[in-house]
Design a protein around this ligand. Sequence first.
Ligand code: ADP
Ligand code: MG
Length: 263
Amino acid sequence: MKPLLELNHISLSYHTPEGETPVLSDISFSIQQGEFAAIVGPSGCGKSTILNLISGLLRPEEGTISIDGKPLEESSLNIGYMLQKDHLFEWRTIYSNVLLGLEIQHKLTESSQARVDGLLASYGLEQFKKSRPSQLSGGMRQRAALIRTLALEPALLLLDEPFSALDYQTRLNVADDIGQIIKKEGKTALLVTHDISEALSMADRVIILSRRPASIRSVVPVELDIANRTPMTSRNAPNFKYYFNLIWKELNSHEYSSAVSVS
Ligand code: ADP
Ligand code: MG
């Protein structure tokens, strides 16, 4: 099957007045349609840089990226981006926040608006349409941010440590919530995180990066012994710890590897 996303031998350095910083070194991986993949690696290793390349904000110095078999520059497919901060505007209501992407892209039509109404209803935000972001909990805000992203019908969702601003308890619940919505909507997703448990609880496959300049240490397909897994129930799978240790060892197998979160 043709992968939805393919990175081939990507390398990149940042050039600053202080000199050259090699960040990515020969990164290759692909993601299948409908798959939920995660990238884990130490802070500062180049995870966000990879997402910035896939979203087209940056260009690789070497290598190619293709989406649905086409070079990234030629693809017309939408790529959604979810960040640590939800970037909801306080001066807009939740409804006008979730419609914002459609508005900007001149895609606000009766049918796209109806789709957003459906998402708000399905995911419990209908009664908050007229609320301001500050009236919602952190979890509800992330849900609104996800609906704003889904409104654009992205072929691929990029998630850059989207839960790391939340406290631990909330983070588990929000990851569970967001993970289930993404699965229900049948989206292909790529999550980056420094949190092994978070990656493992959400992903079908975990890509492990080395320290900067990041290269791929290994790719681990996750097969948890649990039926109808969700991010929350995944954590109770009998072999969750096995995978955790496997990834932990891989991340720490380098003499100079830095600490990663064990939460
Ligand atoms: P991660 O998301 O894994 O924490 P990043 O991709 O944000 O890492 O950054 C990787 C490295 O590149 C870091 O050392 C960071 O300081 C550096 N870096 C990131 N963006 C820039 C930039 N625009 N210019 C120069 N260096 C950068
Ligand atoms: Mg980052």
